[in-house]
Design a protein around this ligand. Structure first.
Ligand SMILES: [Zn+2]
Length: 298
């Protein structure tokens, strides 16, 4: 993709995640950056996070959590400046191995062709050049993250084919070929640094030092680092809208502010390069100051 082909106002970016709040830590800054520069942003959230944690029983009950989390995401996107927010309405499948996996309305039980069709439809309508989603491991293996990554990747490859979901074309939508697919990731060095910061602060890390070596994405597979420091305040304000998901007693929240900011100021991606892409294809990477793109990923 040649940069001159897309001014920011012409740029359309589609982000698709499994739960309300999945957007925040990995892409909250880049959403604010792109919104600020006038890009068109669409966020698709596949479930309402119905079976997530409830930080404070005053905020929600298991029965109301899905609705409450929808509203939290609406507020978070209002803070960030994302106007086009769409819920697919599937049920949260819960953590791997739980009974919620089997629920008839769970995302992981939905027919793949149905979910892919809905994603293709959004792509044909919003015509994104860039698509961003979870990485194939789902970050930490959440079945909904893995599922939505698989379906978004399939939709990315199919949206341009007029023989696929042809009934959508009768409704005025045209086949669309998104150019770049990015997976959100966290490099292994990120977890090493987090472990160090927690130990330094006298906080017991939620994982052992030897486990760190298996967490996240190997650093050499991370293609793109975006320094979002100027948008950090917006990112944090947006994350704070997800009140049911914030555990002030959690280890991460006990870190000193400067350490927490250091963990949040860079956002990391793996660019899944299309075959016809040139060396300058990494559009998100070129949004970052040069220093943040050098090896070492700090
Ligand atoms: Zn999630």
């Amino acid at each position: 993709m040649q940069r001159s082909r897309h001014s920011m106002e012409e740029l359309s970016v589609l982000l698709a995640y499994a739960h309300p709040d999945d957007e925040g830590f990995g892409t909250g800054g880049i959403l604010a950056l792109l919104a600020d520069r006038g890009a068109r942003l669409t966020l698709v959230c596949a479930t309402n996070g119905d079976v997530g944690e409830i930080s404070d029983p005053a905020l929600a009950t298991p029965e109301t959590l899905g609705q409450v989390r929808q509203e939290e995401l609406r507020q978070a996107m209002a803070v960030t400046g994302v106007r086009d927010l769409r819920f697919l309405g599937y049920r949260d499948s819960g953590m791997a191995g739980t009974d919620d996996n089997q629920h008839a309305k769970a995302l992981m039980q939905a027919p793949p062709g149905e979910v892919i069709g809905r994603l293709v439809e959004v792509m044909r309508e919003t015509r994104p050049q860039i698509v961003i989603t979870h990485d194939p491991t789902g970050g930490y293996g959440h079945p909904d993250h893995v599922t939505i990554c698989r379906h978004v990747t399939a939709a990315f490859r199919l949206a341009a084919d007029p023989d696929v979901y042809p009934e959508q074309l009768d409704q005025g939508r045209q086949p669309w070929h998104p150019e770049l697919l990015y997976y959100v990731c966290f490099p292994r060095s990120f977890f090493r640094r987090m472990w160090q910061y927690l130990r330094e602060a006298g906080i017991r890390p939620p994982f052992a030092s030897e486990e760190v070596e298996a967490l996240g994405t190997p650093d050499d597979e991370v293609t793109t680092v975006v320094d979002v420091e100027p948008w950090l305040a917006t990112k944090i304000a947006s994350l704070n809208c997800h009140r049911t998901q914030i555990d002030p007693q959690g280890p991460f929240h006990k870190l000193p502010a400067h350490r927490l900011h250091d963990m949040m100021r860079n956002e990391y991606f793996t660019l899944v390069l299309p075959n016809d892409a040139g060396a300058d294809a990494d559009l998100l990477g070129r949004l970052a100051p040069a220093a943040a793109r050098k090896p070492g990923l700090s």
